[in-house]
Design a protein around this ligand. Structure first.
Ligand code: ZN
Ligand code: ZN
Length: 122
């Protein structure tokens, strides 16, 4: 029975962590949606993180190994040549850029890094 209890607790903890990862990712998603320049864990992120933690009793942190792993898979990088100097990393070779960004910043996204194997055909 003790063994079963442990398993249940681990499952609960797993769900709890999944929820927090989800909330964490939702903040990033919201930031991207709003086109804020601090995509990583800057002032905007902390503002939402603290608000959600306070209101929901969750314990969102700025750390997420899963996301770090996921981020490392994003080998296509672009950097904005405008005043916001935003860096966007993507899994696929799709140049970022939105009307909102163009209006606010005016810069263009320039490819700064891509997977090495992409260059072998040149
Ligand atoms: Zn994050
Ligand atoms: Zn920009």
């Amino acid at each position: 029975m003790h063994f079963l209890y442990m398993k249940a607790e681990q499952v609960t903890l797993g769900l709890f962590l999944t929820l927090q990862t989800l909330l964490h990712e939702m903040i990033h998603y919201y930031q991207r949606l709003r086109g804020t320049s601090d995509i990583d864990h800057g002032a905007t992120f902390h503002f939402h993180m603290e608000r959600i933690n306070r209101e929901s009793g969750a314990n969102i942190t700025v750390y997420h190994d899963f996301d770090q792993e996921y981020e490392s898979l994003k080998r296509h990088w672009w950097k904005c040549n405008g005043p916001c100097a935003q860096v966007v990393r993507r899994l696929a070779d799709r140049t970022p850029g939105s009307k909102a960004h163009k209006r606010k910043c005016g810069g263009d996204f320039i490819k700064v890094q891509e997977p090495k194997r992409m260059r072998t055909g040149l």
